[in-house]
Design a protein around this ligand. Structure first.
Ligand code: PLP
Length: 403
């Protein structure tokens, strides 16, 4: 079976986790601080604040910007449901706007059109690692006095106009779930260039407590902490951070390898009859957290049929990005019409991609896609022939006097 994704670990990650366990400091401590520094340095951000996952990172980023009950936050429906859920945790309402069906990213014009006096922010997703058009979103935000928060769950290592994601906005949220480019099992990070934001986020992630455990333990004097605001337990553990530090050392290689594999898929799909490679706009360098191909209109089989045929050949795929507004969990939100998102979601398919994928495994995937195209084409001509024969028979049976 060729899986859709696989985390890339070596003995270094196992050794680092073991050292954290043996060291005795297992939750948010010195290794979390070192992991934060590694992510900040890599992204070119002044600060990075580690949290338990990207959903909690988004929740804190929204709270930081004062999002709460009665507010609206514009976001794509075509995203993992955590995007919309994080808005709902604050009591605000997600307002779903259309995506560009070529990039799967929120369309800045659609976002602008969705702004009302209640709009507090736009939650911009860099979908499957393809950077959204940040300059255009910043223009919209500046014109309307609203905030941009980046959902960069999938986008570590991606670049927008020559700079890595994580350095452009006031708050950028990353995920280290195993389906992401690097992983700590579960984990998240918020990068920011503002010291006051980093300070506030550090309060919020640990119950509003005004002193860190590392500072308390290092102190020669008794420290009595205070709790300054309603906070949360969104801490990352030092065991996770130990793994994250090792993953960061591999990140450049992982991104380069993903881009190489993606380029090969794109070359292989250049002449495919009805499967199109992903569209990459000018000025962005995706990390290819996923490789999403799109079925052309008029393809001889549905996306789900294609997934089934690949599965029967031992190849795992996933549907493209989900639509939050179609899920029962969002049934209480105002109904919305998003034909472009629906079409793009229904036609896209994620192909297997992981750094340790061998040439032979990738050839099996592309050969299977070619083979399915050939069978589907002959199936189509056979069914056209059958269709022609049956309509000829039907026509014959309608000839007066012959029935
Ligand atoms: C776009 C997007 N946002 C948020 C998340 C949530 O990340 P996490 O699982 O780390 O909470 C994901 C995870 O898949 C995602 O793809």
């Amino acid at each position: 079976m060729i899986p859709i994704a696989k985390p890339f670990f070596g003995p270094e990650e196992a050794e680092a986790a073991r050292a954290a366990v043996e060291g005795g400091w297992v939750t948010q401590g010195p290794r979390v601080a070192a992991f934060e520094q590694a992510v900040a340095d890599y992204c070119g951000a002044a600060h990075a604040v580690a949290v338990s996952n990207c959903t909690t990172a988004l929740h804190l980023a929204l709270l930081l910007h004062g999002v709460g009950p009665g507010d609206e936050v514009i976001c794509p429906s075509m995203s993992f449901i955590a995007t919309a859920n994080s808005i709902r945790y604050t009591g605000a309402t997600p307002i779903f706007a259309e995506v560009d069906p070529r990039t799967y990213n929120l369309d800045p014009d659609a976002a602008r059109a969705a702004i009302t006096p209640r709009t507090k922010a736009i939650l911009v997703v860099h979908q499957i690692g393809l950077p959204a058009d940040l300059d255009r979103f910043q223009d919209v935000a500046a014109t309307h006095g609203i905030k941009i928060i980046e959902d960069a769950a999938c986008a570590i290592g991606s670049e927008y106009r020559g700079r890595r994601i994580g350095s452009h906005a006031e708050t950028v949220c990353f995920s280290f779930h195993p389906r992401k480019v690097i992983t700590t099992g579960e984990g998240g990070m918020i990068t920011t260039n503002r010291a006051d934001f980093a300070h506030r986020l550090r309060l919020l992630r640990q119950h509003g407590m005004n002193v860190s455990d590392t500072a308390r333990h290092a102190s020669q004097k008794v420290v009595i902490e205070s709790y300054e605001c309603l906070g949360y337990n969104y801490r990352m553990t030092d065991i996770q951070a130990a793994i994250g530090i090792e993953q960061m050392k591999r990140l450049e290689w992982i991104v380069a390898r993903r881009r190489e594999l993606a380029a090969r898929y794109t070359r292989a799909l250049a002449n495919h009859a009805w499967l199109r490679p992903p569209y990459v706009p000018e000025g962005v360098e995706p990390n290819f957290q996923s490789y999403a191909a799109q079925l052309a209109p008029g393809a001889p089989l549905s996306r789900d049929d294609l997934m089934q045929r690949l599965l029967e050949r031992g190849i795992a795929t996933r549907r493209g990005i989900m639509l939050a507004h179609r899920e029962p969990a969002c049934a209480d939100l105002a109904p919305c019409s998003l034909p472009l998102s629906e079409q793009a979601s229904g036609r896209s398919i994620l192909l297997p991609l992981y750094p340790q994928m061998t040439d032979d495994e990738q050839r099996q995937v592309t050969a299977a896609l070619d083979d399915i195209a050939r069978t589907a084409a002959s199936g189509t001509s056979a069914s056209k022939l059958l269709g022609a024969l049956s309509s000829a028979t039907a026509a014959a049976s309608c000839v007066p006097g012959r029935a």
